[in-house]
Design a protein around this ligand. Structure first.
Ligand code: NAP
Length: 306
């Protein structure tokens, strides 16, 4: 029989790590299960300039590692495993991987979100061969080269600015004539001499066999197509929730889990935190806050069950 945890947190990003810290500090037996990298998407961010009080050179990776250590010091257990099935009903919830069965009185879902594909021809074929979804991971490969960034949101503009530290020239390709990104980011990007913009355009195709050689663009107003020679292409067109495991098991809207203010889902003893939730603002700070609330609510739930 597997041991029964008070809470199992699925996902080790900022929401999961913060939930682990708060749960362990409440002296409830806590396990975080993460399939890949602790820190999740935060590790793909080089600058966390909007995390209040973040110290100089506070990269997503450094902050995540500090969060992980802090939770561990208070007693959170960690395991690297990929969950393939969950049974969220009843007083004891079951979480299964290919090899293991884990059980807990409460579950905190903190599985986050993953970058969306833009959907142009050859995107998947040239992924990792010039096409990337993570500037922090790959910018260095494009030192003194020309790169394109697709998207007009906060991610695209933040990462375009980061890329200017490496690339010779960064060309932002946006499907409209106005950016969605915060005004303060827009001002910085418009003032950066290394960034230029191609408006009202989408990428139709990536060129190249073994390595990216260029992009075919289509102007949405004129219908004209043109070729843009670039060495790299970074895609930042939003994110998809990682919630397939919970489909039909907890209430969702467009794949995002619905919770109340206390992070409770519609299933007793099941909570959700971070980017997986339906909410306005998906950032490290809101993920960390969600995690803290979810752990506190889980502790209250366990107390009330006694
Ligand atoms: P987002 O806000 O959803 O923006 C996605 C961008 O990609 C939009 O400009 C959208 O165009 C464009 N787009 C979507 N699908 C496309 C497609 N198939 N082809 C071409 N373009 C496409 O996503 P995000 O920028 O990743 O931000 C996600 C969340 O994280 C937001 O809440 C954001 O505030 C937050 N975030 C914040 C920061 C920060 O504060 N520093 C940094 C990163 C992310 P349209 O504008 O025409 O829809």
């Amino acid at each position: 029989m597997p041991q029964i945890y008070d809470t199992i947190i699925i996902g080790g990003g900022p929401a999961g790590l913060s939930a682990g810290l708060y749960a362990s500090r409440s002296r409830i037996k806590t396990l975080i299960i993460e399939r890949a990298k602790y820190g999740g998407q935060a590790t793909t961010t080089d600058e966390l300039e909007n995390y209040p009080g973040s110290i100089e050179d506070c990269t997503g990776t450094k902050l995540s590692e500090r969060m992980r250590k802090q939770a561990e010091e208070f007693g959170t257990e960690f395991v690297k495993d990929e969950i393939v099935d969950v049974d969220l009903n009843g007083d004891i919830k079951t979480v299964k991987s290919k090899k293991e069965i884990y059980q807990a009185k409460t579950i905190i879902i903190a599985t986050g979100a993953t970058p969306k594909l833009s959907g142009f021809k050859n995107e998947l074929e040239l992924r990792g061969k010039g096409i990337s979804y993570c500037a922090t991971c790959d910018a260095d490969f494009f030192t003194d080269l020309d790169v394109a960034v697709i998207g007009g949101g906060d991610s695209a503009i933040t990462e375009a600015m980061y890329l200017t530290k490496f690339a010779e020239h960064v060309i932002v390709i946006h499907r409209r004539d106005a950016l969605r990104a915060a005004k303060s980011l827009q001002e910085k990007a418009f003032g950066n001499p290394k960034i230029s913009f191609i408006w009202n355009s989408t990428v139709q195709e990536a060129l190249g066999d073994e390595i990216l050689e260029g992009l075919i663009l289509k102007n949405k107003i004129t219908g004209e197509t043109s070729e843009l020679k670039v060495d790299g292409c970074f895609v930042f067109v939003g994110y998809d929730p990682i919630s397939q495991l919970f489909e039909g098991k907890v209430e969702m809207e467009n794949g995002y889990i619905i919770t109340d203010d206390d992070m409770k889902t519609n299933i007793p003893g099941v909570f959700a935190a971070g980017d997986i939730r339906k909410k306005l603002l998906r950032q490290v700070i809101t993920a960390a806050a969600d995690g803290a609330i979810a752990a506190t609510a889980a502790e209250h739930y366990i107390e009330n069950q006694k």
